[in-house]
Design a protein around this ligand. Structure first.
Ligand code: NAP
Length: 393
């Protein structure tokens, strides 16, 4: 019997879809979902197999195991995140990449949930206005959503956007959601563009927005939030560049760059590690005003994210998406749930609106020096872009 979407765990039992069958399905789907991994690396991860060895000293790639796929399928078919209901009354919220996909749907939820101002941050104001009109037509709260220009491929645009944000009376939530999945090596601000957009610019925005987020937290007596949209794909990268003396510089070597899935996964790995370090740095700070930061894994969501990939790969993803993906509205829920300001979510990786576990390599002792090195490299770059920026921490 084919699996239905939105099937509850109870219904799965009614379908006689027991744990063994789920594990066998996980094993069948594994090669489909990880075609970039070689057969050698994809050992059988059925529950009958011996437990996987501890993360290898020389491999960051976390072989997606039965736990990964159980959680993945659970998210896709069983435990959809609830529709958010907590009001955001009086709050000012920024959502980057909000003209389409999950960002648009998150912005729509925020407007529905009584936010005072929802800033749809977009690189094309025309697309942004279309998104605002679309939200207003569906939620009937004119004047709440507004489009602001933000091009994460240019640092001057991020700085201009942040200056505007810092002039707001308050800023409660930033959802750093925009992202690219580049198939070809392109530079933006001298760096490979996936890294610039997915990692550097959003951390630049995080630091530049921090004073206003803190000021708002002090004024409201409630923590502000800055959430990054990450990805479960961080599990899949061997992240070979981590062995380099300068990781960010190595990612700029066009001759060695592995674009496509590999570069996207690396960008999401770096985003996760640097966001975890950002959370630690916030913990160390004695400045007033609590800011909660987290990384959301929305799972597989049917959006335009693959638009730069080859026609063949888009076809492949489309076929997978028909069976496995969630609609953008469901992805948008996860962004909103993370923005609610639950203090236990600080520094955490979230799935389905709940605290989850990133790859075992990420939580291993081995990732710690890599995380610290990346933080040093990224903050040095940010200081070059905006001298004095690290003083905000
Ligand atoms: N879809 C999935 O299965 C999935 C899974 C895990 C994580 N994610 C992450 O979810 C986030 C949202 O992606 P999505 O799936 O909703 O894809 P999407 O529909 O392609 O949305 C991506 C958004 O990012 C914006 N963007 C791209 N480059 C930008 C730039 N230089 N400056 C400003 N905005 C820029 C896009 O604007 P334009 O329309 O102007 O290009 C668009 O609004 C991304 O971070 C993605 O990596 C997605």
């Amino acid at each position: 019997m084919p699996l239905k979407k939105k099937t509850s765990a109870m219904e799965l039992q009614d379908l006689n879809f027991d744990q063994d069958k789920l594990d066998r399905l996980c094993n069948r789907l594994q090669p489909l979902l990880t075609k970039h991994l070689s057969d050698k690396e994809l050992e059988d991860s059925s529950p009958q197999s011996p437990p996987p060895p501890p993360p290898n000293r020389h491999h960051a790639r976390q072989r997606p195991n039965a736990r990964f796929f159980r959680e993945y399928l659970n998210g896709q078919w069983c435990d959809q995140p609830p529709v958010p209901t907590k009001p955001f009354t009086d709050q000012t919220i920024i959502v980057t990449g909000a003209n389409t996909g999950m960002g648009l749907e998150a912005a729509r939820h925020f407007v529905r949930l009584d936010a005072a101002k929802v800033i749809v941050a977009v690189r094309s104001l025309a697309k942004g206005q279309e998104a605002v009109d679309d939200i207003t037509a569906s939620i009937k709260r004119p004047g709440v959503a507004e489009a602001w220009e933000l091009d994460l491929a240019g640092y001057a645009s991020v700085e201009a956007f942040a200056r505007r944000a810092n002039a707001l009376p308050r800023l409660d939530v930033v959802v750093a959601n925009a992202g690219v999945f580049m198939y070809h090596f392109e530079r933006a601000e001298g760096n490979e563009s996936t890294v610039t957009v997915n990692v550097v610019s959003h951390m630049l925005l995080a630091l530049l927005a921090l004073p206003k987020l803190r000021e708002t937290a002090v004024a409201t007596g409630k923590p502000s939030t800055f959430t990054f949209t990450g990805s479960f794909t961080h599990w899949g990268t061997p992240f070979e560049e981590r062995k380099e003396a300068d990781i960010l510089a190595a990612l700029n070597d066009e001759g060695k760059a592995k674009m496509g899935e590999e570069r996207y996964m690396v960008s999401k790995m770096i985003q996760l590690l640097t966001a975890r370090q950002f959370a630690e740095e916030l913990n160390k700070s004695s400045k007033q005003g609590k800011v909660i930061t987290s990384v959301i894994n929305p799972g597989f969501v049917k959006t335009q994210i693959m638009r730069h990939s080859s026609a063949m790969f888009q076809l492949y993803v489309k076929a997978l998406a028909a069976v496995l993906s969630q609609p953008p509205e469901v992805g948008g829920r996860m962004l909103v749930l993370a923005a609610e300001g639950d203090e236990t979510m600080h520094g955490q990786y979230l799935c389905d609106g709940k605290i989850a576990q990133p790859s075992e390599w990420v939580i291993s002792e081995e990732s710690k020096p890599v995380q610290e090195q990346l933080w040093r490299e990224l903050t040095a770059k940010l200081e070059d872009i905006h001298p004095g920026i690290m003083g905000v921490l």
